[in-house]
Design a protein. Structure first.
Length: 271
């Protein structure tokens, strides 16, 4: 993530290129361990189920990465489509869900989803693309593929939370969480804050994950902080991490806030 901080959270699309994700693109095996450590109590899933139940419905997961979340949706959904622009991750996702008959994985960016209009009941994106101002093209695409009454669910990190948010703020001093929240509120989203915990059985896994998410100096401080908070390695290592779940429904016959925006920006993934 610290590499993203150096070049900013947004980059203009001039040639159709996709901004690389600084963690999962380059360290997919470590990111797999991170995914397994995240939200071990399922708090985010419970909120999504309350806000946009997906059982028996058609789901699209935008920026699905290597498909980690696709089987969860597939366990109850009628159909699931994962969309991912980075070919190596696309191939990993296809291998992950190869035996699931109700799942398909397609290549494409968030602002040009390879899907027909009105094909989905739920569009989900987790720490991918949608990070505030600049993501309007992706919002419009999500609205296009949603059926009337369908839900757009965006999960991002709550950078105001401690301690993970503090580490992020150190590496991303220009990131304004209040401005991002105001943006989503202005776009018609409601927001639910979710407190989660990441859990690592081994110190080596904890260190590997924090080192792909933060600059070396911040990662060193974060590791030391976690070790102080977890003084019994036999119990593993817990990291409190807060999220925001932004949700809005596609209305019938109404123009959504910001729907006519002409922005052409895209944002990279953050953890």
């Amino acid at each position: 993530m610290w590499k993203a901080a150096r070049r900013g959270l947004k980059a203009k699309l001039r040639d159709g290129a996709v901004v690389p994700s600084p963690n999962i693109w380059y360290y997919p095996d470590v990111y797999e361990r991170e995914n397994r450590a995240q939200d071990v109590d399922g708090a985010i899933w419970r909120v999504i189920a309350e806000e946009a139940a997906w059982a028996g419905r058609d789901v699209v997961d935008v920026g699905c990465g290597d498909g980690f979340h696709l089987p969860v949706f597939a366990s109850a959904a009628r159909s699931v489509v994962g969309v991912e622009p980075h070919e190596p991750l696309l191939l990993r996702a296809k291998r992950r869900v190869g035996e699931l008959r109700n799942v398909e994985v397609l290549g494409g960016p968030a602002q040009r989803l390879p899907l027909p209009e009105g094909c989905a009941d739920v569009v989900h994106a987790r720490t991918a693309y949608f990070f505030g101002p600049g993501c309007e093209p992706g919002l419009r695409e999500a609205d296009r593929v949603l059926r009337p009454g369908g839900s757009l669910v965006i999960v991002d990190l709550d950078v105001t939370g401690e301690p993970y948010g503090r580490w992020m703020r150190e590496d991303l001093p220009h990131y304004d969480p209040a401005a991002v929240e105001a943006f989503f509120a202005g776009q018609g989203f409601r927001c639910r804050r979710v407190a989660t915990r990441w859990w690592f059985a081994e110190r080596a896994e904890l260190e590997a994950v924090l080192k792909i998410e933060f600059s070396p100096a911040v990662a060193a401080r974060a590791i030391a902080d976690v070790l102080r908070r977890n003084d019994d390695p036999a119990n593993g290592f817990t990291v409190p991490v807060d999220y925001r779940v932004h949700v809005r429904e596609k209305p019938t016959g109404l123009v959504l806030p910001g729907h006519s925006s002409s922005s052409e920006s895209i944002s990279p993934r953050i953890p």
